[in-house]
Ligand binder design. Sequence first.
Ligand code: GDP
Ligand code: MG
Length: 606
Amino acid sequence: YNSERIRNFSIIAHIDHGKSTLADRLLESTQTVALRDMEEQLLDNMDIERERGITIKLQAARVLYKSKKDGEIYVLNLIDTPGHVDFTYEVSRSLAACEGALLVVDASQGIEAQTLANVYLALENDLEIIPVLNKIDLPAADPDRVAEEIEETIGLDCTDIVHASAKAGIGIDDILESIVQKVPPPQANVDKPFRALIFDSYYDSYRGVIVFFRVVDGQVKKGDKLRFMASAAEHEVTELGVMTPKQVQVENLRAGEVGYICGSIKDVLDARVGDTMVLSKQFKEAKAADAPMKALPGYADSVPMVYCGLFPVDADDYESLRDSLGKLRLNDASLSYEPETSGAMGFGFRCGFLGLLHMEIINERLSREYNLDLIMTAPSVVYKVIHNGVEKTIEAPSKMPDVTRDHETLEPYVKMEILTPSEYNGAIIELGQERRGILIDIKYLTPTRSTIVYELPLGEVITDFFDQLKSRTKGYASMEYKILEYRASDLVRLDVKINYELATALATVVHRDNAQSMGRRLCASLKELIPRQMFKIPIQACIGVKVVASEHISPMRKDVLAKCYGGDISRKKKLLNKQAKGKKKMKSIGKVTVPQEAFMAVLKLD
Ligand code: GDP
Ligand code: MG
């Protein structure tokens, strides 16, 4: 152990710029991973992640590297970060565990929105940023232009920027060497009381929660009793080790080092990302001496921002849905869920997520890993209502009261940064306008690329904003946002009635000025999405008792039945059933069967 020879670093990049490929290359070239052990993209170890090419769970890897310059052996700790906006907090904690970051930029694409967002996070954590131009093997690569872009927009010196190809294995040694030369060693105070930052944790069914951490001060060994500052939980260390990236046990870990512990911890809530671990003994001593130990800065509870309802198609699956959510939550402290009963939908859960991607991942895992057939209602944000000085949090649109002049309604706002070829500035401003955005800034990064900054309601973002942005810019624009605060907005609850039955799962909260047009579009869309039945189905959008828009679905034509020759009633029934149901997931609202797509209608309005 010599802290001067430790380098703790992350790789940051816009999605698809080559972060995972480069991580693999670095591990491979330092031969921590024997080639036969090497799975494609070792660091992304969940199936869904791999399929989607994103990184959700953080992992770390410790490699030994012999510098070609000074011949010394260095310990490099690579801490991987999740690659999506929903997990910004986790990214920021991983970065807080490092002294430096490789900034990977695709030399054929240039800087994108996530590149900038990640750079801001790295700067907030005072990291040394080392830019790397990746994919220089591509014919479309334009390293000089992209290097200039990095110098101008981020202000990093790119005179000796590494030209790399993670895929072709070009520039890998240069990258390793620059980590050793440029990333500062950790400031290690081995003699101080032990403090460590948790940057990840997951639940293992045999060993309980495995906690990944960076030792900031002091040291820890097997058998020590730990205290988790935010949760106030205490656990004994039963296993202590480093990731190579296989878990290998060690005797102790000291300031500056990165490792994992487990200690029959039953709940990830005890050991949350961002929390500080200390030794129980030292914690008590400090308290007794009236000089209480301080947690490391930056802990924040993760607050779900997006909610949706999950209802089993088959009511018998309710218990197994509860069990499955429980299992997922063991690994994911930011997932929340509460039973929800809705007249038409039956028993289900209202679930809270960090963002849309997080929601999709959970939904996908429930159906794939737990074989559950679920109806998911459209996502909505958390609103607030103040009435007679009392503030209420509204997690489901149907729970929004009938607002009067005495109610103040609030919704979360975000700051969004969009990067785009400048020819699409007009199209983006149009989109921003439609979504109640406040234009804050337009800047030209280069003569042909701009950044556009907006403040807008999160509720307008979680509908199809990203899809719209992509389609209006031919896929060239990228975006990132962060939550700002709650702001007053004139909001109302828009109810939907199908065949005069209130469909609470279809209720939405909208700005009063948009309520009527929204109602009209929603009715039109539902008319398309709900299959015809034997009777006429009126569809209405209402604010309170006032109908603001309506449509109807005409009954099925007789000739559907006429196709069955003869009078075989069971055959007729079968045909009708088939028409009504298809192979789709459905729920009945009154007499009307409503398919899954209709519950998402509000996200796909023309
Ligand atoms: P991440 O989203 O940043 O983790 O990106 P990945 O490492 O998953 O890479 C995204 C895609 O780019 C994959 O198809 C990689 O094979 C490809 N890729 C990564 N690095 C290079 C490179 O240096 N050259 C080329 N041509 N392709 C690369
Ligand atoms: Mg990746």
